[in-house]
Ligand binder design. Sequence first.
Ligand SMILES: [Zn+2]
Length: 253
Amino acid sequence: MTVTPEQAGGGCATCQGTGWILDDASGGRVARRCHCLLDLRRQNLLDRARIPRRYRNCTLANFDALNDSLRHALKIARKFVKDYPAPDVGLLFIGPCGVGKTHLVAAVLQELVLKKNVFCVFTDFRDLIREIQSTFSPDSVISESDVLAPVFQCEVLVLDELGAKRTTAWVEETVFYIINHRYNNKKMTLFTTNYPDTEAEEDSRDTMYKKGGDSLVDRIGVRLRSRIYEMCKVVEMDGDDYRKTVKQAGYRF
Ligand SMILES: [Zn+2]
């Protein structure tokens, strides 16, 4: 839902809440948008991006790139924002817990919203699956299409913690459908995952129970992994535990 300047209180002294300013130009009066309308649009976009509260202060400028792999990841994130909408592939950040993958993707989304007015949506893989599953319940007040609409429609989607929850074949099918739909519509998706990728071309899971190893392919299946590889540049991030190092560096004894 978009808020208008009037609904926001109309307190703007520049335009008296109309959202427009009339300038006297040589050929007559010219209307232009007031800054308050632009600020409001940006705020609406930021709200729709649903960046989790703990990541809202994450920027590319305050990302601590403590080693070469993190500096490389930051450079790629910066380039993605700078070049957007030109990039024709998204990004898949792979690395252990604590290296700052979520910080980086949250920062990319914020910059795309604030600098380029892009409609972005942040989703956590586990939350998305939970939301899809909750719509299967007969007394659910929201439908699957309500859950999926922003995920399909946004220009740039973050899918954080890919593979962090084991899924059923049905949910796996839904996730493939979402990702494939975005791929076919040339929409960018940014993924993060803790699961290392191996060269394995097959998942080692038991077909009935989908239990198996802990590589990316074991968690999301062969088909989804190969689709993601077609639509993303892979960026590996490694290092000492990022949060621990930064936090410890902040302590003074
Ligand atoms: Zn105004």
